[in-house]
Design a protein around this ligand. Structure first.
Ligand SMILES: CN(C(=O)[C@H](Cc1cnc[nH]1)NC(=O)OCc1ccccc1)[C@@H](Cc1ccccc1)C(=O)N[C@@H](Cc1ccc(O)cc1)C(=O)NO
Ligand SMILES: [Zn+2]
Length: 317
């Protein structure tokens, strides 16, 4: 049982992973093709713990830039194919280091805008898979780059609203079942574009607060599923964006996350006494940030970046 966040252990866990990356033994962290996402998860966790200064900014930034494709999009690793998933992670990493100025913003924003379809939806890459995940990624990325005017926001919003279900939730496409991850994407995109009035906050708030497991205090992603630390982010950020976070028991959720830590070697797993990974370490710390845990910097629920980073981007020239 844990009674506090062992931040120093998590710091050491992440720095070891990054050091391992140098030895290219990447399998132990996240699959090679997800490396850009893994870097975003690790670096954002460091930033939330106010330890971003522990890594070499030049080394990280120059590696990120080796992943940019001629199309303007970013790949999950050097030489891989570009995809919006990795393009957002790359832009978020540059934002963390206040290095957006090194980007050819025109090229990156054209890559993303080029993936909007006639019906307002977005494809993830040139192969055309459509999913509301990609709507969120496109809107979040273009908003950080201050280029939302490059897409048809009205059509994008109308497409997202067409994915709203009778339970108040959202799925990956029209008629697809509600899932907390997709709900985060749709609510986040609506929040960024100032369209939260299109959400039925009480109906959705009810579906979301039902995700909390009475026994463990953890949150699951769908009815009947097991609670999982990463839903501390997908469900909680959605509840905060629609102003219904008081409908869950925060203290019990804090305990669920703290009990999922590896107290000796650092890292957080998807539930108590399982194997840790960088993905759940990030979403556990981000969840604690949303729960205002002491010593963790505040994260923005829509942009999934520290609030001081968002303020620097959106409210400076
Ligand atoms: C691709 N992916 C997932 O599918 C995770 C898997 C999982 C973790 N815990 C339970 N399942 N699921 C996930 O992120 O679900 C949230 C979500 C679902 C749909 C849309 C948006 C978010 C994880 C990676 C992962 C794989 C396997 C084990 C742990 C992490 C992932 O990269 N998630 C992305 C979001 C995402 C989600 C699903 C995708 O098909 C692609 C991307 C993310 O969080 N980026 O910052
Ligand atoms: Zn998980």
């Amino acid at each position: 049982m844990a009674d506090k966040l062992v931040a120093d252990k998590h710091l050491r866990y992440i720095l070891n992973l990054m050091a391992e990356k140098k030895k290219e033994s990447f399998e132990s962290v996240v699959m090679d093709h997800l490396r850009m996402n893994g870097a975003y998860w690790g670096l954002t966790t460091l930033s939330l713990l106010d330890k971003l200064g522990s890594v070499s900014e030049d080394e990280v930034v120059s590696w990120v830039m080796t992943c940019q494709h001629e199309s303007g999009g970013f790949a999950g690793n050097t030489g891989h194919d570009p995809h919006v998933l990795y393009t957002l992670s790359a832009v978020q990493i540059l934002a963390l280091f206040d290095k957006l100025n090194i980007l050819d913003v025109e090229k990156v924003s054209n890559y993303i805008a080029g993936l909007q379809n006639e019906d307002g939806s977005f494809s993830g890459d040139i192969w055309g898979e459509v999913d509301t995940r990609f709507s969120y990624i496109a809107i979040c990325c273009l908003s950080i780059l201050k280029c939302l005017d490059k897409i048809n926001v009205k059509k994008a919003v109308d497409y997202i609203v067409s994915c709203k279900n009778l339970d108040g939730g959202f799925g990956c496409s029209p008629g697809a079942e509600s899932h907390a991850g997709q709900i985060f994407c749709c609510v986040g995109a609506l929040a960024i574009t100032g369209n939260l009035h299109r959400v039925d906050k009480d109906l959705l708030g009810w579906w979301l607060c039902e995700r909390q497991d009475y026994e463990s205090g953890g949150l699951n992603g769908r009815p009947e599923k097991l609670p999982d630390v990463c839903y501390s982010w997908w469900v909680l950020s959605s509840l905060i964006m629609i102003d219904r976070v008081h409908w869950i028991e925060k203290a019990k959720l804090v305990k669920f996350i703290l009990d999922s830590q590896d107290m000796d070697n650092g890292g957080i797993s998807d539930r108590p006494s399982y194997t840790v990974d960088i993905f759940h370490t990030y979403f556990g710390v981000a969840g604690l940030s949303l729960l205002e845990y002491p010593g963790v910097k505040t994260i923005d629920p829509a942009y999934a970046l520290p609030v001081h980073v968002i303020n620097r981007i959106l409210f400076t020239k």
